[in-house]
Design a protein around this ligand. Sequence first.
Ligand code: PLP
Length: 1014
Amino acid sequence: MCETTPRQGHQERAAMDHWAQILKAHWGIGANLRRLDGEYDLNFLAETGGSASYVVKAMRPGCEDWLVEMQIAAMEHLHHADPDLPSPRIIPASLGAKFLHLADEDGAERLVWMIERLPGKCYALSAPKSDALIHELGKVLGRTDKALQGFSHPQLERDFKWDLMRAGWIGTELDCIDSPDRQALLQTIHADFEAIKPALDTLPNQAIHNDANDYNILVAGPLGSPEISGLIDFGDMCTAPRICDLSIAAAYVVLDHPNPESALAALVSGYHATYPLTAQEIDLLWPLLRTRLAVSVVNSTLMAADNPDDPYVTISQAPAWRFLESYDLHPVLLAARLRAACDLPAVEGADRVLEWLDSERGNFAALMGEDLSDAPMGSLSVENSTWPQNPFDMPVEEAAHVGEEFEDNGQTWLGFYHEPRLIYTAPAFRKGPWKASDRRTVHLAVDAFAPAGRPLFAPLRGTVVVAEYREAHLDYGGVIILRHETPEADPFYTLYGHLNPEFLDRLNPGDLVERGEEFCRLGDPTMNGGWAPHVHFQLALTTEGIEADWPGVGDPDEMYLWRAICPNPAALLNLPDEKTHYAPTDKSTILDKRRAHFGGNLTLTYDDPVMLMRGWKHHLFDEWGRPYLDAYNNVPHVGHAHPRIQAVAADQLKRMNSNTRYLHPAQTAFADKILSKLPDQFEVCFFVNSGTEANELALRLARAHTGAKGIVTPDHGYHGNTTGAIAISAYKFAKPGGMGQTDWVELVEVADDYRGSFRRDVPDRAQKFADLVDPAIAALKAKGHGLSGFIAETFPSVGGQIIPPKGYLPAVYDKIRTAGGVCIADEVQTGLGRLGEHYFGFEHQGAVPDIVVMGKPIGNGHPLGVVVTTKEIAESFDNGIEFFSTFGGSTLSCRIGKEVLDIVDDEGLQENAQRMGTRLIAGLKTLQDTHPCVGDVRGMGLFLGLELTRPDGSEATEICSYVKNRMRDHRILIGSEGPKDNILKIRPPLTIEADDVDMIITTLGSILDEVALT
Ligand SMILES: Cc1ncc(COP(=O)(O)O)c(C=O)c1O
């Protein structure tokens, strides 16, 4: 029951007064009443002002006592049988009666009763409808049915339209549906129902709730961890097989769900966990689900005929029609999925086939004509292998060489079953519109690699079901499927892919192949789909729903299904399962080890951390090959795994890697390249290993030049993790438990014109923020410190992705220089083209610093930091003591650093940052227009922030965390920042493309919609 907008007007107020008086008089409760939804009955929410609230139910006039009695008895039975079930308690009237006959405001007699109000909102109006939540719903329903087992009431046996066992009534009413297509669809569903009716009739009956629709399920809990808080409205109870109850819940759970199959698996496995189902019951779910939706649309169509002016009737049908018309799931494949989700044999006889295969292990004819016990395994997994270089594109040349590292003079080697691989790059493997959409990666067969032409021998007798040639690049080429039977006549199937199609002349469907018969040969890349010669050898326990088109690889998140249908074929190769089964490194083991061996303040991003194994440009892949759009990491500036970086690194490591005590042209070439990007007064470079080290050095340069120590720096800044860098990083030292502010550092307010002291409506806010530097300099002087300088991230990043108002830095620099200090620009976040319009952030401000610090992106992942300054400052530092950083400016670092800067130019990445940044900002601004929690969109190029706020304008930290984690669920990595951690930080590698930007905007929009619902 959901709240409706209170109707206004005198009559409504009078009605409320009437019911409030009844409540006071008969229940002794003074409360404010609000009307709730109800089809025929009056329902009121009664709030007492304290913690208690109730639902008052005034049944339709003429309602018979049994209907209320039955519900009350059922609810009391439930509380007795399973006291922790989230179902409402009955609140008896003052004199103990559980319901009363009372007059409504018009004098009509109604049955009135009251129940406790459970927390939460309707499932229909909640978001997200995660598999975890749906699984819990299944559990609650299972517990409810289990508890209702012993309940009986004479009226449970009544004849009414919502009893799914009597759904046959729609058969005579289908004429009411105008569209012939829809009528035909309902006829099929009706016929399917009649076909399963005899099986249904054999199942035991019990009392069931019978209406777990999405308005009778309540959901409550904090953002991100909703729970089922109630199952309400027992008015439609009846006796029926329990699978009817589950099917009704299922019929609502699938509506407008993006992945109905996984939702159903979650629901059914939840139910099974609390009230175990049989496989036969599970098989009935799909036809019953469709029948329930058919009953629903027929019923509302008939009602519409009676109420032609009520548009609600048609609107309410729409999701059911959408589902019925767009999801014609294969009943056997779906049943296999649901059975597998409950750990039951996926198809009838599957357990017997597996047992038989196991018992015959060692007795099958040798597929490759040789004993494979000692054949080496070669892993092509995401974590062990780098095939293919570009996980989005496997060119012909690469495919033909896959696994060549395992090749040893034509000796047979085997590829793993259950191994996630990135070699399946064709669009057919992708499951959504984006590059980072889920894709199928997990190999469902064993591969045997051997030279082309090698003959294959049938492991056992079989009948040819498929003998075809599939010519597409990366398809099977020649492929054969055989059907086999166990001695008990249980069927199973084997598939042989990547064959030489010469067998087409000999083999036809229906032909028998005898055990040990040579029946085909390995193809070469010109005829086997383009691959290095091998056979893909797959076992399937059914072909229903996959027919001739077996998936050779599965979605890692659906392996519960594919492992059950296409198990490890090792037995047929006379091998132990363990030899051919691959298990990726278990994330939770790494997590445990990390906790054991690393400090607790080495934090992980996301509630469900990601383990990343491969990357390409602005995408990353986890251990299962799931792709993620990297919209957060600025270190891989020119993209992950850039081939040119790989090449220079490998090339230099082959030669030698030394330090700046020796001459090498790479050092000066790198310096020349950097200086070419800076104003002329910058003439001297220092190479170090990190941004931190670069900032430390910048402080030393400033001190050497000024002879003073005092530093002015904006609040919430970050410059690194060493003692000196922390001292100038309020983001660290000012945190609870931080080392606190040193006396030689003075903070000024960040020039944040969204939330700071001077907002965007203050025309001279740049000057006003800059003026804050004066008292800071004075404070240093008062403490006895001279001014060494001013250091700032040009655009404060951890402070919240802030773009200071134009003119701020020049005004600050003037004041600093006048007071004798030097100006340090920390361009670690903003430099090297990220801002699109500018190569460095200070250019945007029209300011020229004295020292520029670079880090992170300049090495694209290789540890590298750079300080650039004027000759004058460098000379002040050159006091006779050697400056040396062992690895800073190593030959390798210099070559990588220069290559990064060259790539930015050669690939037009600064221009791309501008184009993609403009597209992102435009998209984010449209989200701001439609989502009130987006307070501010700011940034430049690919340095962007989205400030999330509560309705009162305060920082929405919890929403920010929710959105960041949900984006990760949707395979997009972004971060969060700001003093209150309420700013989403988007800062991808500069290679990001328009499609990826659109994925960010679309996904973010849908998650912000969820926030609006919660
Ligand atoms: C602006 C800024 N400066 C300096 C650093 C320190 O760089 P590193 O971690 O490479 O030492 C960081 C790191 O996040 C940074 O964001």
